[in-house]
Design a protein. Sequence first.
Length: 283
Amino acid sequence: MNSINEQLYEYLIDNSRNITERWFAEKDNFTGAFYSNNSNPQIDDILLEQHALTIKTVASAFIEDKGSFEEQQVLWAETVAKSKIENNTPIHEVIEDLNKTRETIWGYVGLFTKEHDELVTKTNIIKWSVIFNTAYDQLVYLFSERYYELSNNRMTAQQFLINELSTPVIPILESVGVLPIVGDIDTNRAQSLLQEVPQKCSVLGIEQLFIDISAVSIMDTMVANEMFQLIEILNLLGIKTYMSGIRPEIAQTSIQLGLDFSSISTFSSLKQALFMTGVYKNI
């Protein structure tokens, strides 16, 4: 005959659907929109699958095979964390879901106790409480850890993409490129320009680079200094640089700030720069 712990495990697995249905009946009351207001039937399918996995994982903590539980919890944490990241589910909504799931599963442990009151002792209940809550806390910890790792990886990838888009060296002819700079330049972006642009120019074989700042809204001393440093670095690499698109208000501000562009070849527009340097006729 199976031990009382194994019977509890089988009871939870056998009632997995009932546990899930009870949880689903409550999810419309959740504060998170992902659970309560989501009308996408595919989301419900995902939730059903994940909830069944949660029950199986928690139930496995009651059997003697510790390796089974450890293997299940790693699989669970990876599966759920990936899904929540892919669906942009806020972590506080997931925690609310997990807390409700904890309550629902433990409710069925209570039902098992009532149905087997001749076999279940107070000692069993105390041990189950410790096992259950310890296992669930481990699950929440593993999930939070994996969720953070995946979120961080996504943010790193997004930042890389942002850096790529914010420093777009565009080849227009052999050895000739254009760097259009759009928007404000903060410290991070300025550092990105200094690091990325020379490297991209070297890889692309750029010998002439036209830097267009017509879409830069503000030109202050920090931005100007970064531009000067960038041009100096490019000159050291043998890359001739030109700057275009300095708007009247930026020119006035530059004079007031004492910024000196006399050492840089400047043009009113990218078209003028390409024409005056002889590049335009080759395009």
